[in-house]
Design a protein around this ligand. Structure first.
Ligand SMILES: [Zn+2]
Length: 68
C-alpha cells in the first residue's frame, strides 16, 4: 500500500499514513491535535518548474592577437 502524506490545517503538522489506493480524507485525522482538517499532500518529484542550470563557465576567449 502506498503512503500518503497529509498536512494538518490546524497545527500545520505533516504526517504520513499508510492507506489504500483511494483513501478518504474524511477518515484521516491529525495525530497531533486529532483534527479532521487535513489536506493530502501530493509529493511531486518531477515538477516541470523552471529548471535552472548551474552557471556554466564562460566560453574560452579567442583572439589576443594584439593587432588591435
Ligand atoms: Zn493537527
Amino acid at each position: 500500500m502506498p503512503i500518503y502524506e497529509y498536512i494538518c490545517l490546524d497545527c500545520d503538522k505533516k504526517f504520513a499514513l499508510l492507506q489504500s489506493f483511494y483513501p478518504t480524507v474524511n477518515d484521516t485525522f491529525c495525530p497531533k491535535c486529532s483534527s479532521g482538517q487535513v489536506k493530502k499532500v501530493i509529493s511531486s518529484f518531477s515538477c516541470n518548474s523552471g529548471d535552472k542550470t548551474d552557471s556554466s563557465p564562460p566560453p574560452p576567449r579567442f583572439g589576443g592577437g594584439g593587432g588591435g
